[in-house]
Design a protein around this ligand. Structure first.
Ligand SMILES: *[C@@H]1O[C@H](CO)[C@@H](O)[C@H](O)[C@H]1NC(C)=O
Ligand SMILES: *[C@@H]1O[C@H](CO)[C@@H](O)[C@H](O)[C@H]1NC(C)=O
Ligand SMILES: *[C@@H]1O[C@H](CO)[C@@H](O)[C@H](O)[C@H]1NC(C)=O
Ligand SMILES: *[C@@H]1O[C@H](CO)[C@@H](O)[C@H](O)[C@H]1NC(C)=O
Ligand SMILES: *[C@@H]1O[C@H](CO)[C@@H](O)[C@H](O)[C@H]1NC(C)=O
Length: 318
């Protein structure tokens, strides 16, 4: 019986990893000291997510499965409330829907954005964290179980509320302090900051003293529109966690329970060319959001070999 199970397992693996069963999950985690209301906007022409906005209390998380080839953005809304007419709005990142669901509306700047294009050029997922529309919350994107040279963690961990230049600062009486930091484009509407008009090419739109402040605080995040070279990341076959306020301070490590899983890169994973066996599925605890689909999708050569062996052994049985 045990033998039969051993034989059927690879076959089950094969079936589950067939195209169409594959999907990408996003796990959104709030480690901020206050409630965050994530918003999700899908790109034009792609199916939308099952939700476009919800609330996450401190320590809460939510996992969402994306439609195939999804593209769009995530952001966090802060200081949200209902007014006397039950209209919902937020001090930062508001999407103007009047409800918790954003239903096709985007974030009012300034807002930190996590942007994704799944299954893009070369079958890779493209993602970044962007401060092009300003900053309201620290955000981090950690790929889980993906492969590729640029399949690494990105984000903006620093607190830009306080290091924000005074002419870009957004304050709120409600929050009793700084709540966000505008982009120079939003603050001054100048083409050289917005990379528009005569500055609409990578050659003419250069980093400004303002974008450089963002860049030095958050070296992996987009600081202006043509910041691609150091700010775009790619993975094959990954799931993603998006964390608001990932750590109180960058110097701190794993003071609260286990450290976040390190991103998987080429090195260290058992690999048969063209095939990655996702090691995380074996050594991660059950808490990992990435256990399921990605372990199964990577049968590749190793899987094919074991299936051949399984079929051959099955043949011997009868
Ligand atoms: C606003 O009202 C909605 C609908 O009644 C409710 O679900 C939500 O919790 C309220 N939000 C806040 C911030 O009070
Ligand atoms: C920045 O301001 C927001 C309010 O929009 C607040 O929730 C957040 O905690 C602040 N960021 C930091 C790192 O304190
Ligand atoms: C992507 O990988 C290449 C080659 O290792 C590297 O030069 C480049 O800086 C990486 N891009 C990012 C955004 O890290
Ligand atoms: C983070 O660092 C700042 C100074 O850099 C300090 O004032 C603050 O107390 C630290 N926060 C935590 C939670 O350790
Ligand atoms: C196989 O992959 C390794 C890295 O994982 C690479 O160094 C090697 O060149 C590849 N070989 C072939 C035949 O593609």
């Amino acid at each position: 019986m045990a033998q039969l199970t051993a034989l059927l397992l690879p076959l089950l693996t094969l079936v589950l990893s067939l195209p169409g069963v594959i999907s990408t999950t996003f796990t959104i985690i709030n480690k901020c000291e206050q409630t965050v209301w994530p918003g999700i906007l899908s790109n034009a022409g792609v199916p939308s997510m099952s939700t476009t906005g919800f609330s996450l209390q401190t320590g809460e998380s939510k996992t969402i499965t994306a439609p195939t080839s999804w593209g769009g953005r995530f952001w966090g809304r802060t200081l949200c409330s209902n007014d006397s007419t039950d209209k919902f709005s937020c001090v930062t990142g508001d999407c103007g829907s009047g409800k918790i669901e954003c239903s096709g509306n985007g974030a009012a700047p300034p807002a930190t954005l996590a942007e994704f294009t799944l299954d893009g050029s070369g079958g890779l997922d493209f993602f970044d964290v962007s401060l092009v529309d300003g900053y309201n919350l620290p955000m981090q994107v950690v790929p889980q179980g993906g492969t590729g040279q640029n399949c690494t963690t990105t984000g903006c961990i620093s607190d830009l509320n306080d290091s924000c230049p005074s002419e870009l600062k957004v304050t709120s009486a409600e929050a009793d302090g700084n709540v966000a930091c505008k982009s120079a484009c939003e603050a001054f509407s100048q083409p050289e900051y917005c990379c528009s008009g005569a500055y609409a090419t990578p050659d003419t739109c250069k980093p400004s003293t303002y974008s450089q402040i963002f860049k030095s605080a958050c070296p992996h995040a987009y600081s202006y529109a043509y910041d691609d070279r150091t700010s775009t990341f790619t993975c094959a076959s990954a799931d993603y966690t998006i964390t608001f306020c990932p750590t109180p301070n960058t110097s701190q490590k794993s003071s609260q329970g286990q450290a976040p899983p390190t991103p998987t890169t080429d090195t260290g994973s058992p690999s048969i060319n063209g095939t990655m066996i996702y090691q995380g599925a074996l050594d991660d605890s059950g808490a990992s959001p990435s256990s399921g689909a990605h372990a199964l999708r990577s049968y590749g050569i190793a899987g094919a070999v074991s299936i051949t062996v399984a079929i051959w052994e099955l043949w011997q049985l009868f």
